[in-house]
Design a protein around this ligand. Sequence first.
Ligand code: BJW
Length: 253
Amino acid sequence: MNPNTFSIPDELVAALRQAQHVAVLSGAGISAESGVPTFREAQTGLWAQYDPEELATPQAFRRNPRLVWEWYEWRRGLVAKAEPNPGHRALAELARRVPRFTLITQNVDGLHQQAGSENVIELHGNIMRTKCLDDGRIVTNWPETDEIPPRCPRCGGLLRPDVVWFGEGLPYSALTTAVAAAQSCDIFFAIGTSALVHPAASIPAYAIRNGRITVEINPNHTPISRQMNYVLNGPSGEILPALLAAAWNPQSK
Ligand code: BJW
């Protein structure tokens, strides 16, 4: 972890005030200050012995559906208790300040929406939704059962979380909308993502290649840090409110 040494550059503040279209790609780090562990953070308690990359796969679910379902049940419990933090709220506010705003998230926790963000593009699904493993259709209710995981009331297939696991394709329209926004926005932010998981990790490259102003907010360096125009090292729950205050309430800077 680097020391958090962020200062908000004046040119970035000026560019933000003038921007017609701002696009944001968020990752697990933006929810860290809400108490939701990041994906690659060590899992705690019972789950500390498991590698999350080994659990978030269709193969793991087919091998041991109970284990994977219970891991998601534990994480759903954490998400249900979590509240949006000042970083989520600052992005909802930013959407009201700029003419066009595109929020693309890799997160499955729904905290952007809880903070008031609209039209959030969810690249990796949502942990609170459930679908049938066999036909992929969303299932909202199922009869009470001791079976883990429960079964689809329509076809008897196993139920699974409606998230994108390793080796599965992302929703096509979410990905194409995200790429188009990165290519055409005035300012592109990558916030709280390790930029390790593709194709989401390739989205900043579309902004970079098209000469957009690019900004990373993260306490740590990532594989994209060196290519971004601005790197603000620190927690997004502090940097985003400071950035908004600098742009629209300069006396509080
Ligand atoms: C803070 C902070 C604070 C901390 N403030 N910041 C190209 C190259 C190499 C590999 C591949 C490739 N293309 C595809 C692959 C394979 C694979 C992949 O990328 N593997 C990598 C591990 C190498 N990708 C896939 O399999 C994807 N599918 C695919 O490509 O399919 C092809 C296909 C096409 C057509 C048909 C069929 C198939 C699917 C990827 C799905 C990812 N899903 C997950 C799980 C979701 C469900 C769940 O949550 O369980 O999504 S994996 C996990 O990683 C999750 C996250 O959304 C995603 C990204 O993680 P994120 O958000 O970056 O979190 P962390 O934890 O990594 O980082 C947190 C960051 O926050 C850190 O940087 C901290 O420093 C920072 N931070 N506190 C700000 N306060």
